[in-house]
Design a binder for this molecule. Sequence first.
Ligand code: HPA
Length: 270
Amino acid sequence: MITKINEAVAYIRRVYSISPSVGIVLGSGLGSFTDEMVIDKEIPYGEIPHFPVSTVEGHSGKLIFGEMGGKKVVAMAGRFHYYEGYSTAEVVFPIRVMKFLGVETLLISNAAGGMNTGFKVGDLMVITDHISLFSANPLIGKNIAELGPRFPDMSEPYKKTLIDKVKIIAAAKNIDLKEGVYCGVSGPTFETRAEYKLLKVIGGDAVGMSTVQEVIAAVQMNMTVFAMSVITDIGIREEENKITHAEVLEAAGNAEPKLTYLFKELIAQL
Ligand code: HPA
């Protein structure tokens, strides 16, 4: 694993020699965030040794290096989901590469379904904590000491100081910000009505098919993490409506300017 990470890092450094300090992972329908970056270099995943290649619609599949909020950043346009058939090691591989490139702070976005009945489509939810319902933890297997401890503490996976900063940024701009617990599931099915109810009962506010495995890998490596969901559909509902991927992408796209603003300001204040 370490050899693979080092080979990926060595290739990237040959093409682009600057070390980014902030890493950004963009969720479904949230890819145009990078329009706000001053782009130095784009590297398609397919060119990087050992990098998986993204297959899902709405993800373009490249690392984008550049500047935002006065910091050097690297954004993943397109991420790897467990439901696509990637192993957990593949899902978290880019996060490990980011760490070895010098990234200290990781900002993650995702599209999620809402269980909290106070939420509506288009809301932004700061993730304060998560519940992993993935059967596979990405750290299962022989521990790789170079990455971090065998049993990482998970008492504060999402950095409170960053959450507080974003709340202040949002309030100053009159952006309505929800906060809550994200449940990570494998997908690719959306939840049944009974499943959304269950997730609510166990303490979840939103549910999605990404993020948790990436955050676990990042926390093991002692990265500082901030993550935010765009609520793209409401799971607990009276009507008979169905949830579609198109609807998720549309809702994410509509909420994107607010999310971009918050990420940009947060990066400037890091
Ligand atoms: N469930 C799981 N993943 C999702 C959802 C959902 O309702 N919406 C967007 N991603």
